[in-house]
Ligand binder design. Structure first.
Ligand code: HEM
Length: 456
């Protein structure tokens, strides 16, 4: 029956601050607790009311009606400050045109080429580590995925100094996003060291990206025939009606920033969770390393290995379910509408949470249990869906890099384990109290030792 009542409030809101302290202190437990209050639940993050969608079907409805539930709300306002109006942040009215331009870069036919770049970059880093070394895998995995995104977006010849600078600025930027998006506007402008660092990093990233795009245009104009990259495809794209470039320089920068931010932390985090979860579940670890050793025998994984790395893929997928990198995403209603029978006036901020959905016991029994066999395509359930619901979003705004990141994740996870025995320093793991834009392990120290392989 259609309700005339407003969406119910989650209990426990404090005067002025609402649910913000609870959300900051233990956001994941807070989200897991919301579905018991209804399919839609309103929370208050300080001054800002947000309707959280706690039901998979209603989440689907939101995702399928992207013109009514458009990108908006505090998260996307902040993302636009850094990423402009790129594919992930632009409003629905602009989205279809951009998606048409970008889609060819993510066509199936391009994956073997991308996989070759992935294998090469992974080999260059992972193969170069020394026996006995201790390192922070959170940093290293992010460097590798950043390298891979930059190599596929800009081609493989990026200056190493620039690469380093960009990576450092992105770190500052991504670390600041969520906290920044929760602060009321006046507080964001206070020149605290954190705010200043964040603003400066945003400016520097946009400047570096603009320089890169300009240099690329020059080389392309000189007929310097480089390999096809995402950027070269976008630069070459022309508006069929006016026969002018389809994207302005500013728009190209927006797309580059978008790809870098969307494609770096996400995959790196999921790989690290996969390693962490496997390391803390000995039976899974044994099966995983047995598969990797049998298929790779110490090599870096490549495109042709993927069909045989089935258990590695299951582990990666289960890590994605348990800690989905995009964990809390906002929308804004563009018109007065109804959802699940509840009236939602125009301008309502909603949030959907892949984390919340992938911990619903009806969908995933015993959801806190790490069980890669949920994704066994030949298991008791017969043919099963191969990715957790909403982890890559859905509808027209579904992640354009979903397949890319799954290939990358499996190749990276398998290659790390193929080259090294990885000893996790369990107490080093710091899950940030407030997850950042993505849900990554904040720090993950490991010590590497070489495999002892029998020679025949
Ligand atoms: C494990 C890795 C990844 C996860 C879990 C993930 C997750 C997501 C999610 C949930 C969305 C939808 C956001 C929303 O509804 O507001 C999204 C969109 C997007 N992702 Fe990913 N992503 C991953 C990797 C990547 C990679 C590697 C790239 C690029 C190379 C990428 C590029 C994008 C872009 C451009 C969008 C916006 C798509 C659109 O609006 O048309 N992502 N991603």
């Amino acid at each position: 029956m259609e309700s005339v009542l407003p969406v119910p409030w989650a209990p426990g809101a404090k005067p002025v601050v609402g649910h913000l302290p609870e959300f900051l202190r233990a956001p994941l437990a807070f989200l897991r607790g919301l579905p018991e209050h209804g399919p839609l639940v309103e929370i208050r993050l300080a001054h800002k009311p947000v309707v959280v969608v706690c039901d998979p079907e209603l989440t689907r409805t939101v995702l399928l009606h992207d013109r009514v539930f458009d990108k908006g709300g505090p998260l996307f306002e902040r993302l636009r400050e850094a990423g402009g109006q790129g594919l992930a942040t632009c409003p629905a009215a602009e989205h279809r045109r951009q998606r048409r331009l970008m889609q060819p870069a993510f066509h199936q036919a391009r994956f073997p080429h991308y996989a070759r770049i992935m294998t090469e970059r992974i080999s260059a880093v992972v193969g170069g580590w020394q026996d006995g070394r201790t390192l922070d895998l959170a940093v290293e995995a992010r460097n590798i995925t950043a390298d891979i995104v930059l190599s596929t977006v800009f081609g493989t010849s990026l200056d190493p100094g620039l690469h380093k600078r960009l990576a450092a600025d992105f770190d500052t930027l991504l670390a600041g996003f969520t906290r920044h998006s929760l602060l009321p506007r006046p507080l964001r402008k206070v020149p605290t060291p954190g705010n200043v660092r964040y603003e400066e990093a945003t400016r520097r990233v946009r400047r570096s990206m603009a320089d890169l795009t300009a240099a690329y245009r020059e080389r392309a104009a000189d007929g310097d025939g480089e390999e096809t990259s995402l950027l070269s495809m976008l630069i070459a794209a022309r508006d069929p009606e006016s026969d002018t470039p389809a994207l302005t320089d500013d728009e190209l920068v927006d797309q580059a920033v978008t790809m870098y931010s969307a494609g770096t932390e996400t995959t790196a985090g999921a790989v690290n969770w996969g390693l962490y979860l496997a390391a803390t579940h000995p039976a899974v670890h044994a099966r995983l390393t047995a598969e990797v050793n049998e298929v790779l025998g110490g090599r870096t994984a490549g495109w042709d290995d993927l069909p045989r790395l089935t258990y590695t893929r299951q582990v990666f997928t289960e890590a994605l379910r348990m800690y989905p990198p995009g964990w809390f995403l906002t929308r804004q209603t563009e018109t007065d509408t109804r959802l699940g029978g509840y009236p939602l006036p125009k301008g309502t901020t909603l949030a959907y949470s892949p984390y919340l959905i992938s911990h619903l016991p009806d969908l995933y029994p015993d959801p806190q249990r790490f069980d890669p066999d949920r994704w066994d395509a030949h298991g008791a359930g017969g043919t099963r869906p191969q990715i957790p619901v909403t982890v890559f979003g859905g509808g027209a705004r579904k992640c354009i890099g979903d397949e890319f990141s799954q290939i990358e994740g499996v190749l990276l996870l398998a290659s790390l384990l193929s080259h090294w025995r990885i000893h996790l320093h369990r107490d080093s793991l710091s899950v940030p109290r407030l997850p950042q834009l993505t849900l990554n392990p904040g720090r993950m120290r490991v010590t590497l030792t070489a495999h002892v392989r029998e020679t025949v």
